[in-house]
Design a protein around this ligand. Structure first.
Ligand code: NAP
Ligand code: MG
Length: 402
C-alpha cells in the first residue's frame, strides 16, 4: 500500500513524561507505516521550553496560526517542585494558557463513547460536548475583605475622566467584596467559536447564563450570542438542520440530565469549569475525552484532556510495566489528520483518521484495553494490556480494517 501523501504540515507540539513516550509509540506504530507524515515539529518538553526561555511555545502558537491545524501532547505546567526537578530558570507559564491566549480560542471537550464503558446517566446515548469560555469572570477577579462598616461602590472612570458609579452595598459590619469583568471582544470570540463548531460538527448549540438575576453582566452574554446568531449564523443553522437554544443555567442543568446527548453545551467560565468535570466523569474518564481548541478565525489545536500521567512515567523510568491509556492522544492525532484532510482536500487522509478511530474503539470493544478501562468496563472477558501492547493491538485491528 502506498503511503498517504500530505500537502500542508501539521504543527506538532511534543510534550512531557508518559504522554511523550506514548506520542512516539503512536507515531511509529500507527502513523509512519501509513502516512508520509508531514509535520513542523516544536518540542514543548519542559527541558526545551526552559532552554529557549519558553520561546518555543510562542513559536508553536505562531505556527498554528500560520498552518491552521496543530496537534499537542500533554505538557507539564511547572510548580515549585518542577522548578527544582528540572532546574528551571523560571516557573514557566502553562503552555496551554499561552497557546489559548495567542489563539484567543475556546476549548471543546467531547467524551469518546465506546460499548462496554457506559455513562452513569442512563439516558445519555450520544456525547455531550462542553464549550468553556476561557477568559475573565471570577478567574480574573479583584477581592476585598471588608473590615467593618462603610460604603462599597463600583466606579468606572472613562478615558475622558467621566465617572459612572453604582453603590454595591452599605456595610454596617465586616463583609466581603468581589469585582469581576469580561470584555465584549472575548465574549464575541467565544460566541463565534461556538457557532462555528456547531456548524462544523452539525450539532445543536445550547447556551445558558443567569440573565434574570444578572441583568447587565450575564444579559450581555445572552445578547451578544443572540445578535451574532441572528446576523451571521441563523441561515447556515437552518440549512444544516440544527438549532441554537438559550435558557437559564439551572434549567439547562436539569435538561442536560434528562437529555439523550448529541449537542454542544456552551458555558461561561465558571459553569464550564464545574460542569466539564461533572460531564466528563459521568461519561467515563479524562483518558476517553477529545479536546480541541478552536479560534474564532478557524485555527484548530487538538490535544488530550488529561495530563502527562507523571505517576506512570516514574514507573516507566524505574523499568516497571505501565498500562497507560493512549486513546485521547490517538484521537488528538486523528482529529488533526481529519481536519488537515478536510482543509486540503485529501479524502484518504480524513478516511485514515476515521479508520484509526474505529480501530481504537473496536480494540476496546473486543475486550483488549488498558487497566483504567478494565476497572470500569461492563464487558465480561477483558484482557488488560500494557501501554505498548495496547497500541500494537490497535495496529492489528487497523490492518484488518485497511
Ligand atoms: P494526570 O496526568 O491527568 O494524571 C492523574 C492520574 O489520572 C494518573 O496518575 C492516572 O491515575 C490517571 N490518568 C490520567 N491520564 C491517564 C491515562 N491516559 N491512562 C491511564 N490513567 C490516566 O495528572 P497528574 O499526573 O497529576 O499531572 C501530571 C502533569 O500533567 C502535571 O505537571 C500537570 O501540569 C500536567 N497537566 C497537563 C495538562 C495538559 O497539558 N493538557 C493537563 C493537565 C495536567 P493512576 O495513577 O491512578 O493510574
Ligand atoms: Mg477545574
Amino acid at each position: 500500500m502506498d503511503k498517504i501523501q500530505m500537502k500542508t504540515p501539521l504543527v506538532e507540539m511534543d510534550g512531557d513524561e508518559m504522554t511523550r513516550i506514548l506520542w512516539k509509540m503512536i507515531k511509529e506504530e500507527l502513523l509512519f507505516p501509513y502516512i508520509d507524515l508531514k509535520t513542523e515539529y516544536y518540542d514543548l518538553g519542559l527541558e526545551h521550553r526552559n532552554a529557549t526561555e519558553d520561546q518555543v511555545t510562542l513559536d508553536s502558537a505562531q505556527a498554528a496560526r500560520k498552518y491552521g491545524v496543530a496537534v499537542k501532547c500533554a505538557t507539564i505546567t511547572p510548580n515549585a517542585a518542577r522548578v527544582e526537578e528540572y532546574h528551571l530558570k523560571e516557573m514557566w507559564k502553562s503552555p496551554n494558557g499561552t497557546i489559548r491566549a495567542a489563539l484567543d480560542g475556546t476549548v471543546f471537550r467531547t467524551p469518546i463513547i465506546v460499548q462496554g464503558i457506559e455513562p452513569c446517566v442512563r439516558n445519555w446515548e450520544k456525547p455531550i460536548t462542553l464549550a468553556r469560555h476561557a477568559y475573565g469572570d471570577v478567574y480574573k477577579n479583584t477581592e476585598i475583605k471588608v473590615s467593618g462598616a462603610g460604603k462599597a461602590e463600583l466606579v468606572f472612570t472613562a478615558q475622558d475622566g467621566t465617572q459612572t458609579r453604582e453603590v454595591i452595598h452599605t456595610f454596617d459590619g465586616p463583609g466581603i467584596l468581589q469585582g469581576i469583568h469580561n470584555t465584549e471582544q472575548s465574549i464575541r470570540s467565544f460566541a463565534k467559536a461556538c457557532f462555528k463548531y456547531a456548524l462544523d460538527t452539525k450539532q445543536d448549540l445550547w447556551f445558558a447564563t443567569k440573565d434574570t438575576i444578572s441583568k447587565q453582566y450575564d444579559h450581555t452574554f445572552k445578547d451578544i450570542f443572540q445578535e451574532i446568531f441572528d446576523q451571521e449564523y441563523k441561515e447556515a443553522f437552518d440549512k444544516a438542520g440544527i438549532t441554537y437554544f438559550y435558557t437559564l443555567i439551572d434549567d439547562a442543568v436539569a435538561r442536560v440530565m434528562k437529555a439523550k446527548g448529541g449537542f454542544i453545551w456552551a458555558c461561561k467560565n465558571y459553569d464550564g469549569d464545574v460542569m466539564s468535570d461533572m460531564v466528563s466523569s459521568a461519561f467515563g474518564s479524562l483518558a476517553m475525552m477529545t479536546s480541541v481548541l478552536v479560534s474564532p478565525d478557524g485555527v484548530y489545536e487538538y490535544e488530550a484532556a488529561h495530563g502527562t500521567v507523571q505517576r506512570h512515567y516514574y514507573k516507566h523510568l524505574a523499568g516497571e510495566e505501565t498500562s497507560t491509556n493512549s486513546v485521547a492522544t490517538i484521537f488528538a492525532w486523528t482529529g488533526a489528520l481529519k481536519k488537515r484532510g478536510e482543509l486540503d482536500g485529501i479524502p484518504e487522509l480524513t478516511a485514515f483518521g476515521e479508520k484509526l478511530e474505529q480501530a481504537t474503539l473496536q480494540t476496546i470493544e473486543s475486550g483488549r484495553m488498558t487497566k483504567d478501562l478494565a476497572l470500569m468496563t461492563s464487558l465480561a472477558h477483558v484482557q488488560v494490556l500494557n501501554s505498548e501492547a495496547f497500541i500494537r493491538e490497535i495496529r492489528n485491528t487497523l490492518e484488518g480494517i485497511l
